[in-house]
Design a protein around this ligand. Structure first.
Ligand SMILES: Nc1ncnc2c1ncn2[C@@H]1O[C@H](COP(=O)(O)OP(=O)(O)OP(=O)(O)O)[C@@H](O)[C@H]1O
Ligand SMILES: [Mg+2]
Length: 362
């Protein structure tokens, strides 16, 4: 699949942008603060309806404008036309001219994997980021997962609201608990099944980039080890103090282990960076395996941060995307663009919220 057309209105520093993209490799070149990352952010937004910078819609509206518009044409088995408008008052999302009612119907229209500096939080940050990583991958591969996750979140919210009441009606709590357990067990099952599939992919990617013998292992670290219903019952006394649901998949984590030690505590900065990239490569390779086609790769600054040795480890993934008709968008400042990418690429010049095709010779 590839993004054939991108249209922006009042998005970040873009007043208006209309660009056509072929499959293949696109290099977005420009100085700092010109709008390179903003383009990747817009493409990622079309794919996931979120910013990879972890901000809400308001921040993406161009200063002084009322709302942003991001639209695109995705060419896969068929062509799909996406239109997304966001303002404080109004949100609109349509697919081929029809308003999207269920997000599950929308997901999968455009699949993207982003490599960005924020990825470091997968290793250094809180469990939430790692849960998101798992959830996104499951949503990108199993149509039933996102609705399940949304229902669980809703059930959790209701149960927590009940726990906050001055006096909790036990019969009502029991019925909320039942629902939470049913949905929660399915979530945990999906996550438990996924992790062993991505762990070997991440391990290989890690070794390929790090060029050493370090062993990466990823384990599912569920909040509940045994029976969810029993764990909830056991936590009931503590719930009376904290007035919130203390155990369940909303507290799950992913354990990252390098050479049998916890990665967060025992790896260098460079290793953490490598690990974050390896996780994203695993995501991309898993998606390629499941769907038979690579996702769109969005690579922000990452190459510039790696030494030439480590960059070489990333090249096979990029070449594979190229070989299989995928699409890659990569940002670089003029000085640090990796020459080893070769000449089979489309270069774009990004300047002050404009995008122009640059001459192809180098
Ligand atoms: N909501 C907004 N409205 C207008 N301008 C914005 C908005 N949000 C960000 N910008 C501006 O967009 C510009 C480009 O941002 P972007 O992050 O895309 O730069 P970049 O080209 O990736 O730079 P760098 O090489 O430093 O990463 C910045 O100058 C920023 O101030
Ligand atoms: Mg940037």
């Amino acid at each position: 699949m590839h993004l054939a057309h991108l249209r922006l209105r009042d998005f970040r520093n873009y007043v208006r942008l209309d660009a056509e993209f072929t499959p293949g490799f696109h290099l977005l070149l420009g100085g700092n603060a010109q709008g390179k990352t903003n383009i990747l952010e817009a493409i990622y937004l079309l794919a996931t309806l979120r910013s990879f910078r972890g901000v809400g819609g308001a921040q993406m509206i161009r200063h002084g404008a009322k709302g942003y518009f991001v639209g695109g044409t995705v060419v896969g088995q068929a062509a799909a036309e996406i239109k997304a408008y966001w303002s404080a008052k109004e949100r609109k999302l349509s697919l081929n001219g029809t308003p999207v009612r269920r997000l599950a119907d929308y997901f999968g229209t455009l699949r993207a994997v982003v490599f960005c500096t924020e990825d470091l939080q997968l290793v250094k940050g809180a469990a939430r980021g790692r849960r998101r990583f798992l959830d996104l991958l499951l949503a990108q591969t199993q149509p039933a997962y996102l609705p399940l996750l949304l229902r669980y979140t809703q059930a959790l919210r209701s149960r927590n609201a009940l726990l906050k009441q001055p006096s909790v009606e036990e019969a009502q709590l029991a019925s909320f608990t039942q629902e939470l357990v049913t949905l929660g067990m399915q979530l945990m099952e999906a996550r438990r099944a996924l992790v062993p599939k991505i762990s070997p992919l991440a391990r290989l990617a890690f070794r390929r980039i790090a060029h050493d013998q370090d062993e990466l292992k990823i384990d599912y670290a569920p909040s509940v080890k045994g029976d969810f219903a029993v764990a909830l019952a056991n936590s009931r006394p503590r719930e009376r103090t904290y007035r919130t649901t203390l155990v369940g998949p909303h507290r799950d984590d992913l354990a990252l282990v390098v050479n049998d030690h916890d990665a967060e505590a025992f790896t260098s900065e460079g290793q953490k960076r490598t690990l974050a990239i390896a996780l994203k490569m695993a995501q991309a390779e898993y998606l390629t395996g499941i769907h038979g086609r690579p996702p769109v790769l969005l690579i922000d600054d990452v190459m510039g941060e790696l030494d030439a040795h480590r960059r070489a480890g990333l090249l096979p993934l990029l070449n594979q995307a190229r070989r299989t008709g995928g699409q890659v968008f990569m940002t670089c400042t003029e000085e640090n663009w990796p020459q080893e990418l070769g000449s089979e690429l489309t270069r774009w010049q990004v300047k002050g919220g404009t995008l122009e095709k640059a001459p192809s010779s180098d």
